[in-house]
Design a protein around this ligand. Structure first.
Ligand code: 5GP
Length: 191
């Protein structure tokens, strides 16, 4: 049986990375697709684990060779999901999870209509601002840009299958696990 594609999306700073990491800690049978990005590596990030950090030239090469199943320019950097890994693993029967922003999720929905789309929402935009500020990885101008983007992104929530309000991380993780369990139990999987 082909694996299921789970897409975790939502505004930057909402905690997608934290929720995803906690999920993968407990669920070793769901595979995370590492994205390619032209963004500079943050302190502590590891190439090949957090992202494949590539130059703009390399990213454009990947695009031209149709090596990405989706991509987006987000706040001045490019991000994309490598095709081979996702297709291979789904074909081998593994469930795969993507953690991507909203424009990318839209592209995936067109290409993988059977995917499961989960929107991680902040309790409020004010809360999102303080989370991005606390993270301390962006300067003021970028925070402002990311918040403007987040407002637009919130309207997209209604195109998703599920929404999880990330008020308490552990609860959000439990909800994501519940979604995965329910999706794996669907009768369609047994037809
Ligand atoms: P960050 O720079 O904070 O790591 O990521 C910025 C945004 O890009 C986040 O919303 C993150 O989820 C998203 N992102 C990460 N990888 C990808 C990807 O492969 N495709 C798309 N479309 N977005 C991504």
């Amino acid at each position: 049986m082909r694996g299921k594609l789970f897409v975790l999306s939502g505004p930057s700073g909402v905690g997608k990375g934290t929720v995803r990491a906690a999920l993968l800690n407990d669920y070793t049978d769901i595979l995370y697709s590492v994205s390619a990005t032209t963004r500079k590596k943050r302190e502590g990030e590891v190439d090949g684990k957090d992202y494949f950090f590539v130059s703009l030239e390399n990213f454009k090469g990947m695009l031209n060779n149709d090596e990405l199943i989706e991509w987006a320019e987000y706040c001045g950097n490019y991000y994309g999901t490598p095709r081979t890994y996702v297709e291979e693993k789904l074909n081998q029967g593994y469930d795969v999870i993507l953690e991507i922003e909203i424009q990318g999720a839209e592209q995936i929905k067109k290409k993988f209509p059977d995917g499961v789309f989960v929107f991680l929402a902040p309790p409020s935009l004010n809360e999102l601002r303080s989370r991005i500020q606390k993270r301390g990885t962006e300067d003021a101008c970028i925070i402002c840009e990311r918040l403007k983007t987040a407002e637009i992104e919130m309207d997209e929530m209604y195109n998703y299958d599920y929404v999880i309000v990330n008020d308490v991380i552990n609860n959000a993780v439990e909800k994501l696990k519940a979604i995965i369990i329910a999706e794996r139990c669907k009768i369609e999987n047994y037809k």
